[in-house]
Design a protein around this ligand. Structure first.
Ligand code: HEC
Ligand code: HEC
Length: 274
């Protein structure tokens, strides 16, 4: 019963998130709004960062200030995810975040935690930012949208995309703190690392270990398309493999980079012997 309730809550949450996203996206184009379906199973690093890019120039209004005219730092002209680490090490930094993702999120929701020199409100001696909190009206980006913008900003300079998968509606992220995982998550370095980190082998035969609880993954690349594999992980309850219980958990702390590593690795598993 608890499992069923969870499945339901999960599906509803997903539908809400993606309904929200599809609702908003076509509106900012100023063209005939096109009914765009977001297929959760097809949510990839590329589509998520593309969504962030669209928000950056559109609904987020970031380019109104962040451009070449000098009103705000031109975030496209430098590696802001890297510079973020210098900002939080600076003695003028007021916040508590410890990593680039945290800094980017905080810059958007509590801009005055660090004010880039020369860009503060007049007379504030660079203690007050003129940037509005973009999770508040009128801009009011949702948590998922903020994560997409962060993904875009991390990805544009080839940094790992550390934002968590958008699986939970209303997850507590707005205050720069994400309670779903530790403040400083250690990113898996390889697909094998990621599979160990998320305990996949506890239920699946993979990486030399055997477990009969879930389907054998050593040949999953033969049975499922890359999109189906991705969906199995993002939305485990959407399709249940026949003959197995619906017990595969969600992985809200998995980052998009880790997801992509695992998906590509599994798609290449075609060992039909084992
Ligand atoms: C009304 C103008 C304005 C808008 C709109 C705006 N910003 Fe800013 N932003 C600023 C200014 C000015 C600064 C520099 C002062 C500061 O550090 O807060 C800044 C700083 C930042 C920083 C920190 C940069 C650094 O070098 O440390 C980030 C990240 C950022 N903004 C992201 C965004 C994003 C993403 C959006 C859109 C969702 C956005 N901003 C919208 C004016 C704006
Ligand atoms: C608690 C046990 C459990 C854990 C942990 C778990 N899974 Fe699963 N998984 C299952 C079960 C049971 C199924 C079959 C039922 C279903 O489709 O949900 C499954 C199905 C799958 C499928 C679809 C396989 C097929 O042949 O249809 C994939 C792919 C998958 N899991 C990948 C993963 C990955 C990657 C991880 C780690 C990030 C993981 N699983 C962690 C239990 C688990």
């Amino acid at each position: 019963m608890i499992v069923l309730t969870k499945i339901l809550a999960f599906s509803v949450a997903l539908i809400l998130i993606f309904a929200g996203v599809t609702y908003v996206l076509p509106q900012m184009k100023g063209e005939a709004p096109e009914e765009k379906e977001v297929d959760v199973g097809a949510l990839t690093m590329d589509s998520f960062t593309a969504m962030g890019e669209e928000l950056y120039g559109g609904k987020g209004t970031c380019t109104l200030c962040h451009n070449k005219l000098g009103r705000a730092p031109d975030l496209l002209a430098f590696d802001v995810a890297k510079v973020a680490l210098e900002r939080i090490a600076d003695s003028r930094y007021q916040g508590e975040v410890k990593d680039a993702e945290g800094y980017l999120r905080e810059s958007m929701v509590r801009p005055s935690m660090y004010v880039v020199e020369g860009f503060g409100k007049k007379g504030s001696n660079d203690t007050e930012s003129p940037m509005p909190a973009i999770d508040k009206p009128p801009i009011q980006l949702s948590d998922v949208e903020i994560s997409a913008v962060i993904a875009y900003l991390q990805n544009k300079d080839g940094n790992p995309v550390t934002v968590a998968l958008p699986v939970k509606a209303g997850a507590p992220t707005a205050q720069g703190k994400d309670e779903r995982r530790p403040a400083n998550p250690v990113l898996a370095k390889s697909p094998q690392d990621a599979i160990v980190k998320f305990g996949c082998a506890a239920c699946h035969s993979i990486l030399e270990t055997e477990s009969p609880i879930g389907p054998n993954l050593n040949d999953v690349g033969e049975r499922l398309s890359i999109g189906q594999i991705r969906q199995s992980i993002i939305a485990p309850k959407a399709v249940i493999a026949e003959g197995y219980p619906p017990i595969m958990p969600d992985f809200p702390a998995m980052t998009i980079t880790e997801l992509e590593m695992i998906v590509r690795f599994l798609a290449a598993q075609t060992d039909t012997q084992s």
